[in-house]
Design a protein around this ligand. Structure first.
Ligand SMILES: Cc1ncc(COP(=O)(O)O)c(C=O)c1O
Length: 390
């Protein structure tokens, strides 16, 4: 086959990017080599921007993948329990976490790096009840709105089309070529009530900035940052999407600095094969998610009766449950007239989980069922306590 690029010009969006720098059509790939349709071979230094740490189509991973497909292993399962998920979690615990003395819960946030960054930011805000996040100059954390808000590049930020808020940039290591003591402005702003810096929920950092120009932070700078966060009750998020999974040597890039982030974002090479996959790791005490509060909407549908779902698929209508729910959504805000005030409800009208047995709601049954289902620990509308740190 000869290279024909007309279909890309004709159909692929102008947003395409890397292919503009490499106007060839690649066909096969193995290890560190790519081959184009004319048989020319290329040494791949790009390696999927960190998604191919094990190379293209590594045999050790291809065989089990093919076996799994051949036996019709589940390839899409929302967040249901599967053998593949159990085996992955056990292996991750036994080979990655335990040997390093790390204790993290694992969230599967969605397939991309931006998904794990979004979930990390949401979780930090939920845990602390604060909005502000500290990011660093030249950082890159992804192209979704939350991830862009903590990204430095003005061209990429401009793509958002709306103001990107609740993030405050601080100088990354060596931003002033060593002429300014580390964290001079950050520490001063935190300690000075006149600085206008809102108390941050979290700091998000790459140990080595990839998209920002391969800027490695010194180990002592990372340790200083971890100390600063601990001292001020700020959660430390390490975005290891690009630098994790062995890219810098050890499995986690932060191991070199000897720090233990509160939340870790992993993606890219975590699937081992360049397939889309991401994880958010969090210290167990910070696993404060309510069920389904940040999974894909469709994940929540597994609880509906399959008969009802089949009927909806046939008729193209939403279920009565979701229609009733969307109709009420606007009324269901704390303080609105429809918001049920029960014994135990706080003065601001927020619901408190665990209404007394036998109490009757002004609404129909689902809010009561939902309220009962939630324990006070996962009550997502309650302002959470500040994290206690050891
Ligand atoms: C450090 C970092 N975080 C997040 C992302 C976003 O990952 P994705 O492009 O899969 O959304 C990237 C992508 O390059 C990245 O380098």
């Amino acid at each position: 086959m000869k290279a024909d690029m007309t279909v890309f010009d004709e159909l692929e969006s102008e947003v395409r990017s890397y292919c503009r720098g490499w106007p060839v059509v690649f066909d096969t790939a193995k290890g560190a080599r790519l081959t184009d349709v004319d048989g020319r071979r290329y040494l791949d230094f790009f390696a999927g921007a960190g998604a191919l740490n094990y190379g293209h189509n590594p045999d050790a991973l291809k065989r089990p993948l093919l076996d799994y497909l051949a036996r019709d292993g589940v390839t899409h399962g929302l967040d249901t329990f599967t053998v593949a998920k159990a085996e992955f979690l056990e292996t991750f615990r036994d080979l990655v976490l335990r040997p390093r003395g790390l204790n993290y819960k694992v969230q599967f946030p969605g397939p991309t790096g931006a998904n794990t960054v979004e979930s990390a930011l949401k979780l930090a805000r939920k845990i602390t009840g604060r909005e502000a996040v500290i990011n660093f100059t030249n950082a890159f954390h992804g192209m979704t709105l939350g991830a862009l808000s903590v990204t430095g590049n003005s061209m990429k930020r401009g793509g958002a089309g709306i103001p990107l808020v609740h993030a405050t940039p601080m100088p990354y290591d060596n931003y002033f070529d060593g002429s300014v003591p580390d964290f001079l402005w950050f520490e001063k702003a935190l300690d000075d009530s006149g600085s206008s810096l809102n108390q941050p929920a979290a700091v998000i950092v790459e140990t080595v900035q990839g998209e920002g120009g391969i800027n490695p932070a010194r180990a002592e700078w990372l340790r200083g940052l971890a100390d600063l966060c601990r001292g001020h009750g700020i959660l430390l998020i390490v975005d290891d999407v690009q630098m994790g999974v062995g890219r810098t040597g050890p499995f986690f890039s932060f191991e070199i600095a000897g720090i233990e982030p509160d939340i870790v974002c992993l993606s890219k090479s975590i699937s081992g094969y360049g397939l889309p996959m991401a994880l958010t790791l969090m210290k167990p005490e910070y696993d404060q998610w309510a069920p389904a509060s940040t999974t894909a909407r469709s994940a929540g549908t597994t609880r509906r009766s399959s008969r009802r779902r089949r009927r909806c698929a046939r008729t193209g209508r939403t279920t009565g449950w979701s229609r009733r729910r969307s109709r009420r959504a606007s009324a269901w805000r704390p303080g609105s007239p429809a918001w049920p005030r029960r014994p135990g409800a706080s003065s601001c009208g927020r619901r408190v989980a665990g209404w007394p047995a036998g109490s009757r709601s002004r609404s129909r049954s689902w809010p009561r069922r939902r309220a009962r289902r939630r324990s006070s620990a996962d009550c997502s509308w309650r302002r959470p306590a500040r994290p206690t740190r050891s």
